[in-house]
Write a new protein. Structure first.
Length: 243
């Protein structure tokens, strides 16, 4: 391990299909086919993790549970699950699926008491996703503001949150490069590991993120760059120090 940057290739699922959105807009989606095929290809390429996003659940318009269970059951690597986990029932179902951890998004910001209880009960299996525009948090599929990033971090740190997944909403799906400044600002105020999400467009971006590992960056979620063929996962894993 040491200074390795852990890569989490993303599989975003709508209506049973792997898709990529631009800045979280369902109308701006590209379809890439069978999520299970994508997951198996990522595992074969050497991924240790998959970041599985149930966008239908996130947008409150159904779910892709059956596909999620197939990916977790058949791929044989760790799965981080996110999308639509907002109460005890959906959390329990997600954790019972066999995933390694879940990301709480909107609910973590709108329901602090519940989030604190989840963290106390499930510890390292709970990560909190912080979707940021400037220093303002965005919720509900990035359509609503949810207060100041640093206020939320202070509270979540106090509650014992194990890890943060930080997304610059303005960068996600745009292939414009990650927001290194934002990541540094977050890592300065928390000692918890941080996973970067959004904007990775080139191997140079992966190398720049790897350089932050010593400052507290643990991993990076990569989506569109892999699907659009900017580089292969093998190449990314190599520069991330995994191979």
């Amino acid at each position: 391990m040491g200074n390795e940057l852990i890569l989490l290739p993303a599989i975003d699922v709508v209506d049973g299909q792997a898709v990529r959105l631009t800045q979280g807009e369902l109308s701006e989606k590209s379809v890439y086919g069978d999520p299970l095929d994508a997951a198996l290809a990522f595992a074969q390429a050497g991924a240790e993790w998959i970041h599985f996003v149930d966008l239908d659940a996130a947008f409150g318009r159904g779910s892709n549970r059956a596909m999620m269970h197939r990916v977790i059951g058949e791929v044989g690597i760790k799965v981080e699950l996110t999308g639509g986990i907002r109460d005890d029932a959906s959390l329990r179902e997600a954790l019972d699926s066999g995933c390694a951890r879940v990301n709480l998004g909107t609910a973590a910001l709108e329901n602090p008491e519940w989030t604190k209880r989840c963290i106390e009960e499930f510890g390292d299996r709970i990560a909190v996703g912080l979707d940021v525009r400037g220093h303002t948090l965005a919720t509900r599929g990035w359509t609503e503001d949810a207060g100041n990033l640093f206020d939320a971090l202070a509270r979540l740190d106090q509650d014992g949150c194990a890890r943060y997944v930080v997304t610059d909403v303005s960068k996600d799906g745009t292939l414009q490069g990650p927001n290194l400044q934002l990541l540094r600002e977050v890592m300065k105020v928390t000692s918890r590991p941080v996973v970067a999400s959004g904007g990775i467009s080139s191997l140079a971006d992966v190398i720049a993120l790897r350089a932050l590992v010593g400052e507290g960056l643990e991993g990076a979620i990569i989506g569109k760059a892999l699907y659009s063929g900017a580089f292969t996962l093998q190449e990314a894993l190599q520069v991330a120090g995994a191979q």
